[in-house]
Design a protein around this ligand. Structure first.
Ligand code: NAP
Ligand code: ZN
Ligand code: ZN
Length: 346
């Protein structure tokens, strides 16, 4: 076993604190990654606070992991010691079901093995990236493009792919009007990627406080959802909207902003269900859809796309000792735009 250290919540909503635990010794197909940086996703907070139910403690969160390969198993072919790699939201899947075979491992019939707060099919518990070392099968490891800095690339492993996948699937590109609801960790990367894909991008934020940032990130328009005029001026406007908000919003008033055959994609995961009216779907043949992260091949494609376009996250680099304070700030939408933990501080 490899003894490592991390930061864990020992029970629901508890402050995170130092925690020693063990990783498996690398199997033939495993790589050992010395973690350099880990992004702080709002999903970490939902899970530490058990807002989605089913949380298991102690929990070491973190699924936006980047680091350097320090050891490889005897049958590893894709990576060598010294490679710059990433690990995202899952570390295994059944590899046999239709979803896995088609490259949608995130929707595995058997259930993907999430990077933390989950267990492998043999019962081994998973622990995430707020730690020094992680051991992962090479098939669930990504390559970080040389052109990108490691620290600001970490959030691409979750926030990046979560926006890239629906933007690509619903064909964001020239001539398409895309609305991003919520300018947080997910939203701000979505603005950059949607802009790079050639779409017209509009941010729908609670206020105009982040307007100059939105424009700098590549948004063509920036609207405040607290202003009722926003909903009047953009009726029947968008081809695609992506809702990244972690709390319930009135989804019906956003559906009214879609053009005919437009799609509103939910990626934010508020703890409570929301109410959807029928009329906002019927008129304009609107679609309401969901999207979850992305498969391995698509995640690598996203990283390569970001490498080519020079896209990373805007980050606030923190020490691990600041993590509890960082959580409070994320909940208050007070982060520009993703906290990333420098694991050298651990
Ligand atoms: P975040 O950084 O907190 O961003 C969420 C943004 O939503 C905030 O910056 C804020 O933007 C807006 N917002 C917050 N509270 C609001 C409210 N009460 N009403 C309206 N807008 C509000 O969070 P994140 O890390 O981007 O994650 C967002 C959500 O996506 C979380 O629920 C997370 O669990 C989920 N998620 C889903 C997937 C997936 O695969 N589907 C993957 C990762 C994360 P403004 O200040 O601009 O309004
Ligand atoms: Zn995440
Ligand atoms: Zn599967």
């Amino acid at each position: 076993m490899i003894t490592t250290r991390g930061y864990a919540a020992m029970e629901a909503s508890a402050a995170l604190k130092t925690y020693s635990f063990e990783r498996r010794d690398p199997k033939d197909c495993d790589v050992v990654v010395d973690i350099q940086f880990c992004g702080v996703c709002h999903s970490d907070i939902h899970q530490v606070r058990n807002e989605w139910g089913g949380a298991v403690f102690p929990m070491v969160p973190g699924h936006e992991i980047v680091g350097i390969v320090s050891r490889i198993g005897s049958r590893v072919t894709r990576y060598k010691v010294g490679d710059r790699v990433g690990v995202g939201c899952f570390v295994d899947s059944c590899r046999q079901c239709e979803c896995c075979r088609k490259g949608y491992e995130q929707f595995c019939d058997k259930g993907m093995v999430q990077t933390y707060n989950s267990q492998y099919y043999d019962g081994e518990r998973t622990m995430g990236g707020y730690s020094k070392v992680i051991v992962v099968d090479e098939n669930y490891v990504l390559r970080i493009p040389d052109a990108l800095p490691m620290n600001a690339s970490a959030p691409l492993l979750c926030a990046g792919i979560t926006l890239y996948s629906p933007l690509k699937h619903w064909q964001a590109g020239p001539g398409k009007r895309v609305g991003i609801i919520g300018l947080g960790g997910l939203g701000h990367v979505g603005v950059k990627i949607g802009h790079a894909m050639g779409a017209e991008v509009t941010v729908l934020s609670q206020t105009l406080k982040k307007q100059s940032d939105g424009k700098r990130l590549g948004a063509d328009h920036f609207l405040a959802t607290s202003d009722p005029n926003t909903f009047k001026s953009r009726k029947n406007y968008f081809d695609l909207m992506i809702n990244t908000v972690a709390a319930n919003i009135d989804i019906n008033s956003y559906l009214d902003l879609l053009r005919m055959d437009g799609t509103l994609v939910l990626v934010g995961v508020p703890p409570a269900p929301m109410t959807v009216g029928t009329f906002p779907l019927i008129f304009g043949r609107h679609r309401l859809a969901g999207s979850g992260i992305g498969g391995m091949a698509e995640t690598q494609e996203m990283l390569d796309f970001c490498g080519k376009h020079g896209i990373t996250s805007d980050i606030e680099l923190i020490k691990i000792q600041q993590i509890n304070e960082a959580y409070e700030r994320v909940v208050k939408s007070d982060v520009r735009y993703r906290f990333v933990i420098d694991m050298a501080s651990l």
